[in-house]
Design a protein around this ligand. Structure first.
Ligand code: NAD
Ligand code: GLY
Length: 364
């Protein structure tokens, strides 16, 4: 019996692509195949996800030549050295320009496979099959690809859109609770930056989300992807409103780099980072203390950190934040809140105010 699915679209002219969302999509034969134009594919996955889902994806591609590469699992492997092993696989299997790279995994696999697709022979086809909540609501959509550098998170990469995103929500059944919470940070982000009503909905439904209630998760994924698709369609290369998607990320990326990649999950760092951005917005007089508390409460309910790591100093934060991609002509632009549901990009703050906001987020 066929399962139902939602199909959203990222509208980018002749590079527009569908996002399929639904349960058991990896059991449906007619979804993936039409997005593989040539006769070969390379599936990029990792040592955790491959044993769970690789055979399902291979079974959908029986009419194609399929090669695989299995990466080590973890944010600390999201680097140029491991990326190069994808190029080794592409070249040793003599895969040509009409091949399709299929990213099967979370955001780490998706970002690396995406960057390989962007650069192998100056660009081959890409399909994203995200298997974490975070990658289903955020990283698989919108075409940001890349790897980390020891000095800065996601500092090397390219914009490169997939031909399709296939978010099979059944894959979330095997995801552990900590990773689920990390994904909820990005879901909460969409409420904070753009949708006060969605923020309220998350508050009401947080227990159902944590319990992986299928219909509730499906709704959260749909609204998140819809929001991201609209923003990406309006500003693909982040010259304007796409920067709002980085609420909490400048603080968060500093945490990920400062603590060592993988110590804090990306979603955890972003969760704490959004609380830091809320505190700073309040100290600038833009939002009320009650709204900061509302943000912190929801983050706590989602089982996410709300304070900066004890091990990091204010000076370390300031140093790491100065390497952010939102630094333009030497000025760091921050994403802050004017209201719940209304984020802005601003450089209208002083270094002293930023330092005070960081201090206010450090455990006593
Ligand atoms: P991840 O890719 O490390 O996956 C989290 C963990 O879950 C890993 O151990 C993974 O092997 C495991 N896993 C994946 N799917 C599973 C499943 N179905 N069942 C069991 N285990 C599973 O982390 P993530 O949170 O998915 O992604 C974080 C990364 O995404 C970061 O590198 C971040 O920078 C990036 N990111 C990119 C964008 C973008 O726009 N490109 C946006 C947000 C985040
Ligand atoms: N995750 C931020 C973006 O895609 O722009």
């Amino acid at each position: 019996m066929p399962e139902s699915k939602t199909i959203l679209s990222v509208e980018l002219g002749d590079r527009s692509y569908p996002i399929y969302i639904g349960s058991n999509l990896l059991d449906q034969e007619d979804i993936l195949l039409p997005h593989i134009p040539g006769n070969s594919a390379l599936i990029v996955s990792n040592e955790t996800v491959a044993p769970l889902y690789l055979n399902k994806v291979k079974a959908l591609l029986k009419s194609k030549r399929v090669e695989t590469i299995i990466l080590p699992d973890g944010e600390k492997f999201k680097n140029l050295e491991v990326l190069n092993t994808i190029f080794d696989a592409l070249l040793s299997h003599r895969l040509d320009r009409n091949t399709t790279i299929i990213a099967l995994g979370g955001g780490v696999v998706g970002d690396m496979a995406g960057f390989a697709a962007a650069s192998y022979q100056r660009g081959v086809h890409l399909v994203q099959i995200p298997t974490t909540l975070l990658s289903q609501v955020d990283s698989s959509v919108g075409g940001k690809t890349g790897v980390n550098h020891a000095l800065g998170k996601n500092m090397i990469g390219a914009f490169y859109q997939p031909r399709a995103v296939i978010a099979d929500t059944s894959t979330l059944n095997t995801l552990d609770d900590r990773e689920l919470s990390a994904g909820l940070a990005e879901v909460i982000k969409y409420g904070l930056i753009r949708h006060a009503d969605f923020f309220e909905w998350i508050k009401i439904n947080i227990d159902q989300l944590l319990a992986k209630h299928p219909e509730t998760l499906l709704h959260a994924i749909k609204i998140s992807c819809q929001t991201k698709a609209e923003i990406v369609a309006a500003d693909e290369k982040e010259s304007g409103q796409r920067a709002l998607l980085n609420l909490g990320h400048t603080f968060g990326h500093a945490i990920e780099t400062g603590m060592g990649y993988g110590e804090w999950l990306h979603g955890e760092a972003v969760g704490a980072g959004m609380c830091m951005a809320a505190r700073m917005s309040s100290s600038l007089g833009w939002i009320q203390e009650a709204q900061v508390q509302d943000t912190i409460n929801l983050m706590q309910q989602a089982k996410l950190p709300t304070m900066a790591p004890e091990a990091m100093t204010t000076e370390q934060f300031l140093e790491l934040m100065s390497v952010d991609k939102k630094v333009l002509d030497g000025v760091l632009r921050l994403v802050l809140l004017k209201d719940i549901g209304q984020a802005v990009v601003t450089d209208n703050y002083t270094q002293k105010q930023l330092a005070e906001a960081i201090k206010a987020s450090q455990p006593a």
